[in-house]
Write a protein that binds this ligand. Structure first.
Ligand SMILES: [Zn+2]
Length: 430
């Protein structure tokens, strides 16, 4: 029996040594590996807290984050929002109050995993598979939260107090637009008193092993509904005032704009271009049995269009273009169902924050490029206040935000943390 126990212990220690070697190669240090292992466990646990809508378990997420902050000796406070949701702020106080604080922002919520049976491991199990942490939120953005937190913890253990104060923000509801999360948070007195100068939020994995993308700007959504009116008529009527025909003719103008922008992909990033996607079309007269009447021209037709406005172009400019277009169609009406009200005005994307971050990344042998994001995130709420902000997901794997088998390789999580430690040193304790 003793022989088996001894054999078991040898196997365990060998596999642990192999595990550490595997992650660090020859430069392995056991003290640093323990913080890395803690970070891996942190991410696994965070993934296991199900924060999907419509019933995200924010209380458990907050309890989890507060437990860590308490254990590691960080100051923290909760901010209650008008929506009833909460934001958690974890702070490492700086010594120089003349330096404006930096905030590392992450959202606690994740999108659902509707295809759970397609995953290699269950999406909320936080399991390791071939040295990847697999789970919903691994990239978007609990993985980023893990490396933000452990970068701050390692910085504190290694260098003590920074000159510039650093805050970690854990915010709710980004995945449902941020209206009941960051949009409310930035209006609170607590936020205003923090006097934040710089924010780093999420970006996307670059999919290029030599480069990290630094998000500098985002597009702004305008979602409209267009309704076309005509006369109800028989399908055989040549002179019918056809509501559908008028709607299609108008939509064709939007398609022409959209296609012209598509031609520019290659010379510009999609996030620098305008898109007009028709997202629904509704028309037709239904009979009592629920089938469409094939011989009736309806008196009404509707479409919805999702328009994304690139940075450098104001939403109001696009609305003016739409209004001028629509004037040519007296039987059309349009309504704006949703639109962005934050319009950050940025003249130069390669800000001081961008350059400092790029410099810290370069120390890890990676190049950077400014990234214009096709959609939008919480970053817009900060940028609209004139706060210098960028987005960084420091992974070079393929972007798999919201996808099946969302995952992050352990070595990339560790390198991401190290990049942030380096950046905190360069930017907050120069
Ligand atoms: Zn996200």
């Amino acid at each position: 029996m003793k022989k088996y126990i001894a054999l078991f212990l040898i196997v365990v220690s060998l596999s642990r040594a192999y595990y550490i070697y595997n992650r660090h190669g020859a430069q392995c240090r056991d003290d640093s590996s323990s913080i890395d292992q803690q970070m891996v466990h942190f991410l696994q646990e965070y993934i296991r807290i199900n924060t999907t809508h419509p019933t995200p378990d924010y209380e458990s997420a907050l309890t989890f984050l507060k437990k860590h902050a308490h254990q590691d000796g960080f100051a923290y406070q909760e901010v209650a929002l008008p929506s009833g949701k909460k934001v958690l702020i974890i702070t490492l106080q700086g010594s120089d109050p003349s330096l404006q604080p930096l905030a590392l922002n992450h959202h606690m919520d994740v999108v659902p995993a509707l295809d759970a049976e397609q995953w290699i491991t269950p999406p909320f199990a936080g399991q390791l598979y071939q040295n990847h942490i697999v789970g919903r939120g691994a990239q978007d953005m609990k993985g980023i939260a893990a490396l933000h937190y452990y970068a701050l913890k390692e910085f504190k253990q290694t260098y003590g107090q920074p000159r510039r104060t650093v805050h970690l923000f854990a915010v709710p509801d980004e995945e449902i637009g941020g209206f009941t999360g960051t949009q409310e948070f930035v209006k609170t007195d607590t936020f205003k008193k923090l006097n934040i100068g710089y924010v780093i939020d999420e970006g996307h994995a670059s999919g290029n092993r030599h480069i990290l993308d630094i998000k500098v700007a985002e597009r702004k959504p305008i979602q409209i509904e267009v309704t076309s009116y005509g006369a109800l008529a028989h399908g055989s009527h040549l002179q019918a005032d056809n509501a559908i025909h008028t709607l299609i003719t108008f939509l064709q103008e939007l398609i022409t704009i959209h296609r012209a922008q598509q031609q520019l992909i290659g010379t510009k990033q999609p996030g620098e271009l305008l898109s007009c996607n028709i997202t629904s079309l509704t028309a037709g007269i239904k009979k009592e049995n629920g089938h469409i009447a094939l011989n009736m021209v309806p008196d009404c037709a509707r479409a919805t269009v999702d328009i994304r406005v690139p940075p450098g172009c104001a939403c109001s400019e696009i609305i003016t273009i739409l209004e001028n277009l629509i004037k040519g169609y007296p039987t059309l009406e349009y309504t704006i169902l949703a639109r962005a009200h934050e319009e950050p005005k940025i003249d130069n994307y390669e800000t001081r924050l961008y350059k400092k971050l790029a410099q810290s990344i370069k120390e890890y042998g990676l190049d950077t490029r400014p990234h214009f994001f096709e959609a939008s995130s919480d970053l817009r709420f900060y940028q609209a206040l004139g706060i210098e902000g960028v987005g960084l997901t420091p992974f070079t794997i393929e972007d798999n935000i919201h996808g099946t088998n969302e995952s992050v390789p352990v070595p990339q999580l560790i390198r991401g943390k190290e990049i942030f430690v380096q950046f905190l040193k360069d930017f907050c304790s120069p």
